[in-house]
Design a protein around this ligand. Structure first.
Ligand code: HEC
Ligand code: HEC
Ligand code: HEC
Ligand code: HEC
Ligand code: HEC
Ligand code: HEC
Ligand code: HEC
Ligand code: HEC
Ligand code: HEC
Ligand code: HEC
Ligand code: HEC
Ligand code: HEC
Ligand code: HEC
Length: 440
């Protein structure tokens, strides 16, 4: 038996239910939006957004029917970025944080698919391609930096925000030290190149560069970008110091990053030079020239180049005979007093005298057959006192000097004249007087 009173109720219910169907698809959508027929690619991919299910986390229906051709029947609960920030921490909140332009504009979906992706982090494209969609491709040169070349842009840049310039993940050179700890060690050597304190990109392009190590120029040309003074020296040089012309060029002596000396070399003073010029100080030479005792090869030589022979800083005659003039021995007289050969007689200007007769004057300060310093002296070292050479080059012969120093003078038997003695206290000593005129 049906209670007649129920009839209107059942009728009412039926009407109610018949009004309901339009709502059913919405109800079904909760677990049926992704079917073989509808949104079939949705939530399929190497990674699925954990926030993409349920759909209502972000979408809400705006119509009772769905789908409707040519009409939007869903809207987002909110627009990105606020939508995303309902579950994710908002960007740009930290002290001094600067936002990447598209993040500032809230266009998260330019880079992320909100549902799924075959890329990591729901990216819409592989990282490099994604960035180069808006930025000029900066990986175009011959030498490519490892991480940039494989598109690992986010090893160095935060894609959203950063306190540091250019969205760097770390400040200045610390960024580079994340992976190049050896260079960080290098900088502890003491003297850091000012160019490094200006930032590593002042030389290395972090992405790619036309020359090895992502450098903007090769060899010495890199250095000349900032050191035009050295470039000028080299342009005017009679000879350029050969190591500069090698592939390593300037870095054969200087470290580009830091050195133990303030001139950015690792070897001090003469040790740097002797590494390549071992023979310059003979093994039996006990007597070193003053500046060499102090290790200063650079007192006489410019390590880059000069307008003079042998990289000498000042003029110095390389022949054994040359008429005397004031400029021939500029080098020596930048430290020694010219007085030593100015006058035929002296009691103090030089020890190379017989009594008062100045033997420097006699040999050097002449118009004809004038001997040069080089005739008698070595510039670096000698086994003899007073830097007297072991041999005198006479035409094609090498004549031994046999120099011997005495308390008050010296003797020598060079072969161009017989044994001679000079003595400051007793001039004209035997066995032989110094000749009045020199042999030819
Ligand atoms: C985390 C938030 C979020 C969730 C959850 C979400 N979506 Fe979306 N969906 C979006 C956003 C944001 C857009 C707009 C994308 C754009 O602007 O490119 C969108 C767009 C769409 C679009 C239209 C554009 C397109 O990509 O074809 C469809 C269809 C869609 N979503 C379906 C779904 C379905 C089905 C689900 C559940 C399986 C779902 N969404 C879950 C955020 C979400
Ligand atoms: C309903 C909450 C919710 C919303 C809204 C939401 N997400 Fe997520 N999202 C998550 C959860 C949960 C995870 C996984 C945990 C995590 O990484 O924080 C996640 C992870 C991610 C990841 C990392 C994926 C991975 O593979 O590691 C990205 C990228 C992402 N969301 C982007 C977005 C974007 C863009 C929006 C806005 C369009 C958004 N999310 C909105 C919940 C949400
Ligand atoms: C310019 C492209 C770009 C934009 C715009 C962008 N993202 Fe990302 N997002 C990325 C990249 C690239 C990663 C991967 C980072 C990584 O691998 O370290 C990422 C990672 C994420 C992650 C994963 C967590 C993490 O930090 O690794 C979340 C969450 C996320 N983004 C949310 C958002 C939200 C929210 C927005 C909008 C406010 C947004 N993104 C805008 C490129 C972008
Ligand atoms: C939707 C376009 C778009 C995408 C995609 C994009 N960027 Fe940008 N990016 C911009 C704009 C716009 C600027 C600001 C203008 C400028 O400085 O060139 C910017 C600026 C930058 C800056 C310089 C910031 C500064 O302080 O000068 C870096 C670095 C950067 N983006 C890296 C990336 C990386 C890495 C990616 C890929 C993960 C990427 N961008 C993807 C649009 C984009
Ligand atoms: C090894 C770290 C590193 C990697 C990897 C890297 N960058 Fe950079 N990027 C930098 C540094 C450092 C700067 C700042 C250069 C400067 O100060 O001159 C920069 C600057 C930029 C700029 C600003 C414009 C400019 O040239 O000054 C953009 C855009 C950029 N990078 C995009 C990218 C993209 C896209 C990728 C991935 C293909 C990428 N970067 C990979 C370190 C890196
Ligand atoms: C995410 C790690 C990473 C960061 C950060 C990084 N690099 Fe590198 N860098 C590498 C890798 C990997 C190589 C390739 C190493 C190789 O070929 O031996 C490389 C190579 C180099 C080289 C060439 C070395 C060679 O022997 O050819 C230079 C120069 C260089 N990086 C400079 C920099 C500078 C400058 C920065 C900071 C702007 C920086 N790197 C930041 C990973 C990094
Ligand atoms: C004055 C220009 C200059 C600056 C500034 C500079 N570099 Fe270099 N860097 C060079 C040159 C030149 C070489 C090649 C050296 C060689 O061939 O011995 C080099 C080599 C390298 C190498 C590879 C060889 C090695 O020594 O391991 C790395 C890595 C490197 N630099 C990283 C850096 C980092 C990090 C910074 C910032 C702290 C930096 N550079 C700053 C010029 C520079
Ligand atoms: C980006 C510009 C720049 C580049 C490139 C550069 N330098 Fe420098 N360098 C400087 C600056 C600036 C100083 C500091 C100058 C000063 O104090 O007078 C300096 C100082 C030096 C010093 C020490 C000078 C002194 O008087 O103490 C040496 C040595 C040096 N650089 C060698 C090199 C070499 C070798 C290269 C090439 C591998 C090079 N530099 C490339 C900018 C640069
Ligand atoms: C044979 C080793 C050697 C080579 C190669 C070399 N230098 Fe030097 N450089 C030195 C020495 C040693 C000094 C210190 C000179 C001094 O103290 O008077 C120096 C000094 C400098 C100074 C400082 C200038 C000053 O007045 O003190 C700069 C800058 C410099 N070199 C740049 C370069 C450049 C650029 C190149 C490549 C064209 C280069 N060097 C090649 C050994 C070398
Ligand atoms: C007092 C100045 C002076 C000092 C200091 C000096 N030299 Fe010399 N150097 C010269 C003179 C002058 C010559 C030229 C010719 C000669 O008489 O041998 C020369 C020539 C050279 C030559 C060329 C040799 C040849 O046979 O062509 C080399 C290499 C040389 N010096 C290296 C050095 C080294 C290394 C040091 C430091 C240990 C040094 N010099 C210190 C003055 C000096
Ligand atoms: C990396 C190796 C190397 C270093 C370091 C080096 N030289 Fe040289 N130098 C050479 C070579 C190679 C030559 C040409 C052959 C020769 O004369 O031995 C040369 C030639 C010279 C010459 C003769 C130039 C001419 O006119 O013939 C002088 C002088 C000289 N070097 C001085 C120095 C001084 C001073 C230093 C230290 C500041 C130094 N060298 C460091 C490699 C080097
Ligand atoms: C940079 C300065 C300097 C230059 C340039 C220089 N000398 Fe000297 N010379 C010295 C010093 C310092 C002494 C040591 C003086 C002392 O011990 O009283 C010295 C000593 C000497 C001695 C004596 C050696 C001894 O054992 O007592 C002779 C000889 C000599 N120099 C010759 C020369 C000649 C030749 C030249 C030119 C090629 C020259 N010097 C260039 C600084 C220089
Ligand atoms: C004919 C050989 C000869 C010639 C040429 C010569 N010297 Fe001497 N020089 C000597 C002798 C020998 C001594 C050692 C004197 C003594 O102490 O007994 C000496 C000593 C010196 C001394 C040490 C100080 C002094 O006067 O007693 C200097 C400095 C010196 N010579 C520089 C020069 C210079 C510069 C030239 C070239 C302008 C030069 N010499 C040319 C033989 C020569």
């Amino acid at each position: 038996m049906i209670d007649p009173l129920l009839i209107p109720l059942v009728f009412f219910m039926t009407v109610l239910i018949s009004l309901c169907p339009p709502l059913i698809p919405i109800v079904e959508a909760q677990d049926g939006c992704v079917t073989q027929k509808c949104h079939s690619t949705m939530l399929k991919g190497k990674s699925v957004h954990p926030g993409a299910d349920p759909c209502e986390g972000c979408h809400e229906a705006t119509d009772t029917t769905h789908p409707v051709k040519g009409k939007k029947t869903f809207k987002l609960l909110q627009e990105p970025p606020d939508l995303c920030y309902t579950c994710h921490d908002a960007f740009g909140t930290g002290e001094g944080m600067k936002l990447h332009s598209p993040v500032e504009e809230g266009t998260c979906t330019v880079c992320h698919n909100p549902h799924q992706s075959d890329q990591e982090k729901l990216l819409v494209q592989p990282m490099g391609d994604l960035c180069f969609g808006c930025h000029e491709n900066n990986i175009s040169d011959a030498s490519v930096h490892g991480p940039a070349g494989v598109g690992s842009c986010t090893e160095c840049h935060n894609p959203h925000q950063s306190k540091y310039d250019k969205l760097r993940v770390e400040e200045g050179e610390k960024l580079c030290f994340l992976c190049h700890a050896d260079i960080q060690e290098d900088l502890k050597k003491g003297h850091v190149h000012t160019a490094v304190t200006m930032g590593c990109p002042s030389c290395h392009n972090p992405h790619s560069g036309p020359y090895k190590m992502m450098l903007p120029a090769d060899g010495k040309d890199l250095c000349f970008q900032c050191h035009s003074d050295i470039s000028d020296i080299i342009k005017k040089a009679k000879i350029i110091h050969p190591p500069i012309q090698t592939e390593r060029s300037c870095v054969s002596c200087h470290s580009p990053h830091a050195g133990k000396t303030e001139k950015l070399t690792d070897k001090m003073g003469k040790d740097l030079c002797l590494e390549c010029h071992k023979g310059i100080i003979g093994t039996s030479d006990q007597n070193l020239h003053g500046p060499i005792k102090q290790g200063a090869c650079v007192a006489c030589h410019d390590p880059h180049g000069t307008p003079n022979d042998k990289l000498l800083k000042k003029h110095y005659v390389m022949d054994y005979y040359a008429p005397y003039n004031d400029t021939n021995y500029e080098l020596c007289f930048s430290c020694h007093d010219k007085e030593l050969l100015r006058f035929p007689d002296t009691s103090f200007a030089t020890n190379f005298r017989d009594g008062q007769r100045n033997l420097h004057y006699l040999h050097v300060n002449r118009k004809k057959k004038s001997r040069t310093c080089r005739f008698c002296h070595e510039p670096h070292s000698s086994k003899n006192p007073k830097l007297i050479r072991n041999y005198i080059q006479f035409e094609q012969w090498r004549l031994p000097t046999n120099f011997e120093k005495t308390e008050t003078g010296g003797t020598c038997t060079p072969g161009c004249h017989k044994k001679v003695i000079y003595d400051r206290e007793t001039p004209g000593k035997e066995p032989e007087k110094p000749p009045k005129t020199l042999p030819p």
